[in-house]
Structures are given as structure tokens and as C-alpha cells.
Design a protein around this ligand. Sequence first.
Ligand code: JFZ
Length: 471
Amino acid sequence: MKHPLRLTACLLLAACFLPFVSHGEEKYELKYGAQRTEKRDDEAMRRFRDHRVGAFIHWGLYSMAGGEWKGKIYPGAAEWLKAWAKVPSDEWLAQMDRWNPTGFDAREWARMMKAAGFRYVKITTKHHEGFCLWPSATTPYTVANTPCGRDLLGELVKAFNDEGLDVHFYFSVMDWSNPDYRTQLNCREDSTAFERFKRFTEAQLRELATRYPSVKDFWFDGTWDASVKGNGAWTLQLENMLKDLVPGVTVNSRLRADERGSRHFDSNGRLMGDYESGYERRLPDPVRDLQVTLRDWEACMTVPENQWGYHKDWSLSYVKPPVEVLRRVVHAVSMGGNMAVNFGPDGTGRFRQEEKELADWLGNWMRHNGEAIYGCGYAGFEKADWGYYTRKGDTVYMIVFNQPFGARLRVKTPAGTAVRGASLIDGTPVGFMETARDEYNVNTVESSEPYVIRLTVDAGSAEGKYRDALT
Ligand code: JFZ
């Protein structure tokens, strides 16, 4: 700001050299690799990013069985039960005769997710089993051919949108219900079948994009087989088709492969799709993995160890208490990412008690402290042992999970960043003191829950470490 001319000159110079510099780094000349080298930064992308916290909902035929087949309980992920119990497809899909979720009320789901503080909801339109929550014309395996008969996806989209929540579509490319699906293409017959499968997939996606034009995101899954990996051009074509049909729509990195079979990141190491979706049930290391702050990313998590669909027995694994779910949400935001928390309603369309309590607890916390989450990102501060930092401009939030023994929270600021004020979310001032160069002690607060201290900082002459990461 002080030297606008110099800045402009620098930017112009940088702009001239950037293409050569980045070209020089590229090892492969790729047609189907990353479509850009920078973060996407249009309005739709910023909206996706600013939401920061969403719900994931897994709901399909597997939600009826709840991990049990013919009297036997399978401890693996409930939405994979067909595979664990080796159920033939026709037998699995015959469950459609019993699909009648009498306890389902889309508006109730929407109110629950809204009250929990989620800003968007990712819904399984079709999981690996192939059953569609919308009345697709491409297959008999849809809600239309069940006793229920209703367009459940349509009801959900409307109800969530009415509550002001964005809807994201989960879509599995791998489809156990379609005999044309192949994991590998070993012969002409395989290739011919898989070509039909590709047309089928395109048609389904076209339906989703045109029937529900308010959809904001497609989150692809089931793309790990050699058949899909070997069709990089096609995955790019799908992404482009959706972007033509739905202006602004975002697409995760899990859809794509380049022509050399690299997934998520192309053979030159550049992210494909709009955001990285590899952080599943894990998070980047807050100390080592700072490069994630340079990209958009979204992690997703289960509440038990690895159950996405409804499983009737949650005693089979550790179940994260609400405060731990929150910790992971905060961790993701502190590293510049989003977090989607999974829910698995049962076959009648009801959420289990534990999930309702989780939603209540999160909602209560978010109502008071959401300011430190929504629209916030990586702060550029050194990792602290008491919790996490998030940041919005010159406001830095300390989210305290571990109360230190001494009544002081140590804050180490980036070189040249000064703390000017400290307060609680409600504005009550909190004492703080400079203890050394770029180091402060902030008073703790009595609290039975994780709490937030808002710092006003003056980035002054701070080096551009966090600024680079923020934009
Ligand atoms: C997939 C599905 O198989 C699972 O049922 C669930 O829907 C989940 C959200 O996505 O599971 C995966 C996909 C990718 C990885 C791990 C599990 N991965 O990249 O580590």
C-alpha cells in the first residue's frame, strides 16, 4: 500500500515470469492433469471455503440392515455390508421391496443440521450398492421402485435449501448394481461394457445436475479401480460437464486421474479438481504439513471408528465424544480446511440418539463460538499445546481445549505481529502480557468446555508467511 507503483511493477514482473517458472518445474506435458495452478477464488469457491463445517449423510439400502445379515453382525463399515457378507446383487437390491422410511421427515433433518451449526450437507445420492435416492431414468434401482416411491433426494434438497443450507452430492462411480461396471479392462468385452457404463454414469450425473440445479458440489468416490484410473480424459470430461451444467459448482479431487493414472494430484504434483478430498478419517499434521494451507481441502470423519452408514451396534468400536468431534473440526479450520461430520440415519429415516445429542452439543457450541469457525482459516501462528488458532483478517481466535496447569496460555506470534487486545467472544476483556519479543502470556478462563479468546493483532511488518497461505 505504501508504494503502489512499486507493488504494481513487482506484480507485473512476477506475472510475466510465472508461466516460464512454473513451466520449467513441470515434468510432464499433461492434457488431463490439473486445470489450474492456483486456488480457485471465485464467489462459489469462497462460499464453499467460508462455510468450513458441514454434515455428511450416508443413507441407502444398507441403512436398513445396519451391519447385520442373516443373523450375523459384521463389524466392518455398514455401507459395505453387501461385500462383507458376499450378498449377490439381486438379493441385495431385493431389499428395495422393504424401503419405506416411515420416520423420514426432510424438514426435520434440515432443522437438525441447521441447529447443529452446519452450513452445508453432503448427501449420498448413490453409494457403491447402486441404489439411487432420486427417481433416475437410467436404472430400475431407485426410490421410485420402492413402496416409498417418493423423490427423497428432491425432498432433502428442498428442505435443506429452505433452511439456508447448501447441498453437496456424494456420488460413487463404482456401482455394484450395474453389470457393465469393471474394475479392470482386460479384453475387448470389458472395454465395450465399460464404455456403456461411462454413458450410464454421465446420464446419471446429468440428471442430478439438471433436476437439482441448486446443488453446490459433487463429491466423487469409488474411483480407485484401474478402469477409472485409466480413463483420465473421461474424468476431466465429467468435471467439465458438471461445471457447464451448474455454474460455480465445485468438484472434489477424488474424481480425477490424469493420463498417467495419477489421482488427486497429477503427475506434476498439482491438485486436480477444486479441493483436496484425501483427508478421510485423518488430518494433516499441524506442525509438518503447512503446505495444505496453500490449497483448499475438506476432510471428513466418522463418529465411530469407521461407520458411515447406519450400524446398529456402536459398541464395536470407540465412539468419539462430541468434544473430540469439535476438536477435529477446529483442527481442520486451523489448517485452512473444511470438515464434514458424518451421520448415518437408519432405514426408517431416523437418527440415533447419540447423533442427535452430538448435533445438539455442536449446535450449542457453534451458536456461541461460531465466529471462530465460519469464514476463518490458518492463522500463521506456531502450534500451541493448549489448542488451535484460527484467523479472519486481523482477528485471531485461540480455541482452548487443554487448560494448562499454570493459569497462562503462551502465544508466540509470527515475527513482527503484535497483540493489541484480548477478549472473550462476548467482549469481556482478558488479561495478557508481552513476555518476550513476539511472545505473550494470555490469561486462562474457567470453563468446562473448549473456549475461545479473541485476539486483535497488528500484523505490522510481519513477514508474508500466513498472508500467502490465507489467500
Ligand atoms: C469411501 C467409501 O468406500 C465409504 O463407504 C464412505 O462412503 C467414504 C466416505 O468413502 O471410503 C474411502 C474412500 C477413500 C479412502 C478411504 C475410504 N481413502 O482415500 O483413504
